[in-house]
Design a protein around this ligand. Sequence first.
Ligand SMILES: Cc1cc2nc3c(=O)[nH]c(=O)nc-3n(C[C@H](O)[C@H](O)[C@H](O)COP(=O)(O)O)c2cc1C
Length: 158
Amino acid sequence: MNIGIIIYSQSGNTNAVAEQLKEGLAASNHSVKIERLKPVEQGEKKNETVQLEVLPDLEQYDALIFGAPVYAFSLAPVMKDYLQQISSLGGKKVVCFVTKGLAFNWTGGNRAVREMAKICQSKKATVDGTGIVKWTASSREQDITALSTKIEGLFKQD
Ligand SMILES: Cc1cc2nc3c(=O)[nH]c(=O)nc-3n(C[C@H](O)[C@H](O)[C@H](O)COP(=O)(O)O)c2cc1C
């Protein structure tokens, strides 16, 4: 399967998870590419959609994994704006994940992945799974392994 891992990662945590997912999927004979969203200007501008340097071409992929950090108990605005401007995800398998700094469950992880999944569904994707990686928790590697195993199961080649 051709899989695109589309991420926003400011300080590199989400990117590190994406690299681990890529490694696992490539070992299962998938073709995997990580595309990192880069805003033209850093910093948020109120009431303005974030402009990205390059928009990934999603047509080439059978399945997509979207990954982003949790910011202020919600999905990072760069990913939110990006997902909202996608015209269609019809026929694609999709998995969404977030990384987060705070260890407690009520600090935005569930809300952020729900936001991601909802936007993807509104673009006609089938959201097969979601994941949350608590970056600073001792369970970090377990979170990543669980996500990786889940995705490899979902994207199994027939
Ligand atoms: C502006 C800002 C807001 C954040 N808000 C939250 C939050 O509400 N909950 C949380 O668990 N982590 C929060 N974090 C921590 C990030 O989600 C975490 O460090 C994440 O792994 C960063 O991903 P990245 O390295 O890919 O950019 C915040 C970080 C920043 C910079």
